[in-house]
Structures are given as structure tokens and as C-alpha cells.
Design a binder for this molecule. Structure first.
Ligand code: BES
Ligand code: MN
Ligand code: ZN
Length: 454
């Protein structure tokens, strides 16, 4: 597993190269101090101090890297450098922001499980908060889990990951596997996963002082989404190894909360299953009785995520936590609404939603709220069961999914994230591939709301 914090040096390297950030709009002024030769040299490298640009400058026998800057503290400022600068150690001459350092670490990520790395990332010396290292490592953990193909990321692998984490942080863990889910009453989780060779799993981890405020994290762990009998076309299935992205985010966030020892009582609930096709697959028209007791009529076997989540959310509600946060790669409709790079968020609390949206901005982890519009509930009415798992019309598809989930939540403020969990294009600090979207925004919100204070 990747440890991104390894590229962040806590003592300066011996042959460390300085990096200078130059504001785009101040470039002309800044250049005035250079010799004509040096100006020409930068010109030959087409350097105009725009964000994303960097150039080498040799002055009096010592080299510096000049890096264009738009004045912001975000992941993009330095995120392109660890894989574009030559291997070695660097430090900043100008003061450095927390997100800039994190962008460097996040930009150094490579998924090397199946392919040898061509090079090492460049390393950065920066004085930084210990928690930034933990954030970087949580991001790497989430990315590794998402990037791992379904063949090597079965429900049992997710459970093993959680077991390792439970051991590290001395947490309690219960894992319910296969038919044990039926004894527990978690019939929807079992039903989604029963056609796959690898049995479905529910992992239930608890950590921290019982007197601290209770927070429960839930993550959709569909290790591969074929669509089930309502099978997806090839293009729609291609990326579906990432359908456990919600679980990866919840696991990464739990790791981070425990590593930084936030004063909360944490519960992590991960329902995991592969949505596969076989003779015993569940069918459109079936009715399943849920953990909460409500019955669900299956309209579409491809709306499987909400079936995993509904039992987990009902369980999460039982011990009346302060806050329940779930993460799920739940609907294509959320992607139509806000695209792949913004996390769609729903909440029963205006206050929490507003705070989360601003923490999204503060952490360069974009979050946008969508409505839980109760008037659309008629869209998920079933003639023969308490609720239908998916509306006949695709309009407001992310909202009707949230309305379905809300029926299973009680006695807690609730936040639901409908996320992509995957960078479909490379950006500085965000290489193409798995991305635990929303993790950092939620962590900072929780740290601020429940943290020990300064
Ligand atoms: N995992 C998918 C949703 C998804 C697809 C998220 C692509 C991100 C990118 C989910 O299980 C699904 O198949 N949803 C269906 C729901 C529909 C049948 C109501 C969808 O969005 O098409
Ligand atoms: Mn699906
Ligand atoms: Zn899915």
C-alpha cells in the first residue's frame, strides 16, 4: 500500500533545490531583477509564470526551480511537480500553504501494484502539521482500494483491510459474512450479493471513548457492479471496479479520524457485495424485506447500492449517533447534475450542509448540496411493497435515491454523499484513477466540530 507522506521530508535534504513561487501578475516586476541572459533563458522555456508552469534557472552556479502561481493555496499549486521535476529533494523559498504541501504529496501518487514504477517522485521538505501526513496517507489508502481491480478487491478484501485497521487502532470489529447476514436480518445486503461467488459481507467497527459524541460512517462497497440481471452495457460497466468507492472513502476517513485521535466515538459500517449474475440472482419484481422491516420491491437490479445502504443505515440509526455520513457511487444522475469532479451531497440538516459546503471550498474538495425533495416521493411508490428501489423516470434520479435512503435513517443528523470516486482526467495533485472525493472536506468538518480545539 502507498504511503504518500514518504515524499514529505521533515528534515531538509542535503542537496535540496529551492523552488520559488512567482505570481503570474508579478512576473514582469520579478523579472526586472534578472540579467538579460536569465530572462532570455526563461523565455526559451516559454515560462510566463502561469499556474502549472515551471522552469529551471541557474544563477551564480546554483540552480532554482521557478514555478508559476495564481496566488491561491490549493492542490494545483505544486501538484504537478513531484512527477515532472527530476528525482531528488526540494524545498520552497517562499512560505508554503497546507494545501500546497498536500498537493505535492497527492501528486506523487502512483498505483504500482501491477506495474513497476518508472521513476520515484521528487520529495519536498516542508514544515507541516502532523495531520497533513495522515491526510495524505488516508488519500493514498482510498485510491489504492479503488484502483484495485474487482478480482483482487472482493468483499472479503475490504473486510481484511478493515480488520488490519481495527488491529492498528485497537478498535472492536464484527464481520458478518454470507448467510450470517440472514440471521442478522440484513436481507437486502445478502440479496444483492448472493449471486456472486464471493459472499457479501457487513463489517461493523467501533472505536474510541464511549462518552465522546457518536459519529457513524457508512460506505457503499459494491466490489463490482455488472448491473445484475438488468445488465449494464459494456461502456457503463468498464469502470465499475470503483463501485466500492464509497466504502474506500469511509475506510480512509475512519483511518484518518483514528490516526489523528479525534475525540469521537466512531462507528464504521461497510456493507460489501458484488452485483453479479447467476441462477440465484435477484430479479426485477422481487420483494425483499429489509433490516428495518420495510419491504422493497425491486424495479431494477442495477439500483443495488441503495439496497446495501438501506440495511446499514437502519443499523447505524439504532444507537442514535450525533451524525451519520454515508458515501456512495450511487447514481449516474448525480454525475449528470454536478459532473464527475464535484461531490453531490444531501443532508437533513441545513447547518451541517452549509458547513460541509464551505469546508469543501476550504479544502479544495468540491461539495455541492442537492435537495431531498419530499414531493418526489410518489416516484418510488410500489403497488405491492412499502417502497420501490428505483423510480420509473430518471428525472431527479439522485434525489429519488436519497429519498429512498432517508426512509431508513432516524434519530440522527444525516449526510449522504453521491460521488464519482474517480478522476476521469489527470489534474495537478489528482492523477487519473481512484479518488476518495469528499474525504478531506468531511474530515475537516468533523475535526472542527468535534475536535479538541486549538
Ligand atoms: N454504481 C452505479 C452508479 C454510477 C454509475 C455511479 C456510473 C457513477 C458512475 C449504480 O449502482 C447504478 O447502476 N445506478 C443506476 C440507477 C438506476 C438503475 C436507477 C444509474 O444511475 O443508472
Ligand atoms: Mn448499479
Ligand atoms: Zn452501483
Amino acid at each position: 500500500m502507498n504511503k504518500l507522506s514518504d515524499v514529505l521530508l521533515s528534515t531538509p535534504g542535503e542537496n535540496s533545490t529551492p523552488i520559488v513561487l512567482v505570481l503570474t501578475e508579478k512576473f514582469e516586476d520579478w523579472q526586472a531583477d534578472l540579467s538579460e541572459g536569465e530572462r532570455a533563458w526563461l523565455g526559451r522555456q516559454s515560462f510566463t509564470a502561469k499556474p502549472g508552469q515551471s522552469a529551471w534557472l541557474e544563477q551564480n552556479g546554483s540552480a532554482r526551480v521557478i514555478c508559476g502561481w495564481d496566488g491561491k493555496d490549493n492542490l494545483a499549486t505544486l501538484g504537478h511537480l513531484p512527477m515532472s521535476l527530476p528525482e531528488g529533494d526540494y524545498h520552497l523559498e517562499s512560505p508554503v500553504g497546507e494545501l500546497q504541501v498536500l498537493g505535492w504529496a497527492m501528486g506523487s501518487y502512483q498505483f504500482n501494484r501491477y506495474k513497476t514504477a518508472k521513476r520515484k517522485p521528487a520529495r519536498l521538505f516542508a514544515e507541516l502539521d502532523e495531520s497533513t501526513r495522515h491526510v495524505a496517507d488516508a488519500v493514498a489508502l482510498g485510491r489504492d482500494l479503488i484502483n484495485t481491480p474487482a478480482e483482487d478487491m472482493k468483499p472479503s478484501h475490504l473486510a481484511e483491510q478493515i480488520a488490519t485497521m481495527a488491529e492498528t487502532f485497537n478498535a472492536d470489529l464484527q464481520v458478518h459474512t454470507g448467510d450470517e447476514l440472514l440471521d442478522l436480518g440484513a436481507r437486502t445486503i445478502h440479496t444483492v450479493g448472493r449471486a456472486a461467488e464471493a459472499p457479501p459481507v457487513l463489517a461493523d467497527l467501533t472505536w474510541g471513548d464511549a462518552d465522546h459524541p457518536k459519529i457513524t460512517l457508512v460506505g457503499k462497497g459494491v466490489t463490482f457492479d455488472s448491473g445484475g440481471l438488468d445488465i449494464k452495457p459494456g461502456a457503463g460497466m468498464r469502470l465499475m471496479k470503483k463501485d466500492m468507492g464509497g466504502a474506500a472513502i469511509a475506510i480512509g476517513l475512519a483511518h484518518l479520524i483514528m490516526a489523528t485521535q479525534l475525540p469521537v466515538r466512531l462507528r464504521l459500517l461497510i456493507p460489501a457485495a458484488e452485483n453479479a449474475i447467476s441462477g440465484n440472482a435477484f430479479r426485477p419484481g422481487d420483494v425483499i424485506s429489509t433490516y428495518k422491516g420495510l419491504t422493497v420491491e425491486i424495479d431494477n437490479t442495477d439500483a443495488e447500492g441503495r439496497l446495501l445502504l438501506c440495511d446499514a443505515l437502519a443499523m447505524a440509526s439504532e444507537d442514535k449517533p450525533d451524525l451519520i455520513v454515508d458515501f456512495a457511487t450511487l447514481t449516474g444522475a448525480a454525475r449528470v447534475a454536478v459532473g464527475t469532479e464535484i461531490s453531490a451531497m444531501f443532508s437533513t440538516s441545513d447547518e451541517v450542509a452549509q458547513a460541509l459546503q464551505s469546508h469543501g471550498e476550504l479544502t479544495d474538495d468540491a461539495v455541492w448540496r442537492l435537495p431531498i425533495h419530499e414531493d418526489y416521493e410518489h416516484m418510488i411508490k410500489s403497488n405491492i411493497a412499502d417502497v420501490l428501489n428505483c423510480a420509473a423516470s430518471g428525472f431527479a434520479g439522485a434525489t429519488t435515491a436519497a429519498l429512498f435512503l432517508k426512509k431508513f435513517v432516524s434519530d440522527a443528523d444525516w449526510v449522504h454523499f453521491d460521488i464519482m470516486a474517480f478522476n476521469t482526467r489527470a489534474r495537478p495533485g489528482r492523477p487519473e484513477g481512484g479518488e476518495p472525493m469528499g474525504l478531506r472536506a468531511v474530515y475537516h468538518y468533523i475535526a472542527e466540530r468535534y475536535g479538541p480545539g486549538e
